[in-house]
Design a protein around this ligand. Structure first.
Ligand SMILES: [Zn+2]
Length: 157
């Protein structure tokens, strides 16, 4: 069994088995979830309803803003991440000021940063004369996977 937790509204569902596929929250429509394959003994594993949709999207926006300010990202980063999560641009959420994000959102930020760093390392290898032997990336092959780049255009580093 596993737990699927929506990072948008905290909607939590027990799933058996956890399939290798994308999940979309049927409460708030968020497409990024945290999957816990082996819940720890202290975790609450009962199904939980999510926050009301409007509250969830406003809180996520506030959390994105908080992260952007803390790390010095451009404001555009907030809108792009929001679009990524909910498939639409912020509409009314932008009135929110920054607020500390939920623990699940924090976890997702970490995953996003790791993915970005990995992509950047690949491109650095290409620029410095090709991939090392034994890596799964071939400098002569097609373009590197740019999925993550498209989500990070607003990055300031
Ligand atoms: Zn949700």
């Amino acid at each position: 069994m596993g737990l699927i937790i929506c990072i948008g509204c905290q909607h939590q569902v027990n799933v058996t088995p956890v399939k290798r596929r994308r999940y979309k929250c049927n409460n708030c429509g968020c497409v990024e979830v945290i999957i816990i394959r082996r819940p720890k003994i202290w975790m609450e594993i009962a199904d939980k309803a999510g926050l009301p949709v409007e509250e969830a999207t406003h809180l996520v926006y506030a959390g994105l803003k908080w992260e952007a300010e803390r790390r010095g990202y451009k404001p555009k980063w907030v809108d792009m991440k929001f679009l990524r999560l909910f498939g639409r641009k912020p509409n009314g959420e932008a009135v929110e000021g920054p607020q500390p994000p939920s623990q699940h959102l924090v976890k997702w930020f970490g995953k996003e940063r790791a993915a970005y760093a990995k992509e950047r390392r690949k491109l650095d290898e290409v620029r410095s004369g090709g991939a090392k032997k034994g890596t799964d990336f071939n400098a002569n092959a097609a373009e590197p996977d740019r999925r993550y780049w498209s989500g990070f255009e607003g990055w300031v580093d």
